[in-house]
Ligand binder design. Structure first.
Ligand SMILES: Cc1ncc(COP(=O)(O)O)c(C=O)c1O
Length: 401
């Protein structure tokens, strides 16, 4: 993988805009994606799936192409199983609200979920009377298959879990989880926001029922996500939002809801984003997802070599760098994580994230106040990491207690 060639594709590097280590939030975008977005606005800025004139037909065909690209990227031969959403959160909510959970049905999650796989369950516990069950991970967020099996009682109708944690970088064994859940008759929804950008994900092989992800975390446009569902599951799933594009024929007092994916894509869509999605996935395919994964492990090892001797720095997540994906979460004794982030940015132009990373229960349950998080991607090189570790060591030497 030639990182310096990759960097040439990213306009932000031309502007000397610093070291970007916040890719778990949103990645930077290459020219190929930006050009695809502008080609929509310059050449065919019309609507899809409605008008039949030539410009609109080009939009409809581009949407089809993007769906096909997504299907092939995620190892699936049915493009209709791929719904365009505005983000991973929307995908998670479509399943939560449309699955048909009733009073007494249980949903099983891990204890390290992002709020996009947490808030709706608390709400639905209060509103409908569903039960929420939680399988506990270790302090560092390592999944415990035995604890999961113990929690997998007959009332669990839906297992809804993060594939890779945005705090610890640790991943859960999806295939094993699916086998256990299916044996018990439960469906599986996976939050792939942090996994899909960083490892090969073959949805057919994983055999998941639903998989939600964000395209803006994998070089694509802001505000675009994908929800995958197995055909038989999507047929039964009720749409979260209704309106134009989701019905066959409507009379004053009846509507005929159309088939998926359209029944989940109400109203005019973000066509520029959908066109940009194909460009992002094609770009990643050319690099190869195994190479993307290996690159993260290499950078994680470098961080460990540089920082493991600094006693005032504590890390969150598995000790083994190969188990942390692209995420390095840490604290410096006596420092607030937001101060770390602001100082790194102000003094060294290094951009990281700080706080509780929308995974509040993870921190509250471990009696922690948050952490600083550096997260990298295909465009980060060893130089970026060494600038980061040098600056962190300087902060630790100056401010740690
Ligand atoms: C694990 C995880 N799930 C879900 C989300 C939500 O993604 P989005 O903001 O695209 O809805 C994030 C965002 O950081 C995340 O890290």
């Amino acid at each position: 993988m030639d990182v310096s060639r990759i960097r040439d594709d990213f306009p932000t590097f031309k502007n000397n805009s610093g070291v970007y280590l916040d890719s778990a939030c949103q990645t930077l975008r290459p020219y190929q994606v930006i050009d695809a977005i502008t080609s929509y606005y310059n050449e065919f800025p019309s609507c899809g799936g409605r008008s039949v004139h030539s410009m609109a037909t080009k939009v409809s065909m581009s949407v089809d192409t993007s769906r096909e690209t997504a299907a092939s990227f995620f190892g699936c031969n049915d493009p209709h199983s791929f719904i365009f959403t505005k983000n991973c959160t929307e995908g998670m909510n479509i399943v939560a609200k449309g699955f048909g959970l009733r009073k007494g049905d249980a949903v099983l999650t891990t204890d390290m979920e992002h709020n996009s796989n947490h808030v709706q369950w608390v709400e639905m516990t209060e509103d409908i009377g569903i039960k929420r069950k939680i399988t506990r991970t270790s302090k560092d967020g390592v999944f415990d298959i035995e604890d999961f099996k113990n929690e997998m009682t007959n009332d669990v109708k839906l297992v809804s879990m993060v594939h890779t944690s945005n705090v610890t970088g640790s991943s859960v064994p999806v295939k094993e989880i699916v086998e256990v859940a299916h044996d018990k008759g439960a469906a599986v929804l996976i939050d792939g926001a942090q996994a899909a950008p960083h490892m090969p994900v073959n949805l057919k092989k994983l055999d998941v029922d639903f998989y939600a992800l964000s395209i803006h975390k994998m070089l694509g446009p802001s505000g675009i996500g994908i929800l995958y569902g197995k055909e038989e599951r999507l047929k039964k799933l009720r749409p979260l939002i209704c309106g134009g594009g989701t019905v066959g024929l409507a009379t004053y007092d009846s509507v005929k809801i159309t088939a998926h994916p359209e029944k989940f894509e109400a109203g005019l869509m973000d066509y520029a984003g959908i066109v940009g999605t194909a460009a992002a996935l094609e770009y990643l395919s050319k690099i190869g997802m195994n190479n993307v994964k290996e690159h993260s492990i290499k950078l994680q090892r470098l961080i460990r070599n540089e920082l493991s001797d600094v006693s005032s720095i504590s890390t969150i997540g598995p000790k083994d760098p190969s188990q942390r994906s692209n995420i390095f979460s840490f604290n410096i004794n006596g420092m607030n994580s937001h101060d770390i982030a602001v100082m790194l940015d102000n003094a060294d132009k290094i951009m990281i994230r700080s706080g509780m990373h929308c995974a509040h229960p993870f921190f509250v349950s471990r009696n922690m106040n948050g952490c600083a998080r550096a997260s990298f991607y295909v465009y980060n090189n060893e130089d970026d990491i060494l600038r980061f570790t040098k600056a962190v060591k300087k902060l630790a030497a100056t401010f740690s207690k």
